[in-house]
Design a protein around this ligand. Sequence first.
Ligand SMILES: [Zn+2]
Length: 163
Amino acid sequence: MSILHSLKTGDPGRAKEGDFPVESLYTAGIAGEKFLTALRDRGVLLASRCEACSVTTLLARAFCEKCLSPTDSYPEVKGAGEVKTYTLLRRDLDGNPIDPPEILAFVVFEGVEGGVIHRLDEVAADEVKVGLRVEMVLRKQAEREGSILDLSHFRPVSTASGR
Ligand SMILES: [Zn+2]
């Protein structure tokens, strides 16, 4: 019986009861794996570099977004970051108040296109401003697992130097 026959006659669908295995494997991709491995093992942010376009992009990508050429290299991002924009989370997913509010920031680096959206901590919400210079705070080496959360949060550079 063809599927067309079923449509014409209106035969009921058939179902098979029971379990069957479904497996899936998520990968971060070529560039994503390099990025996460570098963050876990060396505590650095990896960008991707296209020499043809003279562009360095964060997070690392396997191909240049401008010319679609394969990435030439994966340089480490150096120096302090800068808060490009931010938002305050005052409610959790269930609507419960978060006090003090959690801060999420889009952090950019000089000479690098793109950036990282991540938690900003060790600063009061009313002291955050666009242009604030920040640095990474990593999880302890033994706690890192190849996740973007191996980067615990960003904090103001001045806060870190005062400790
Ligand atoms: Zn390019």
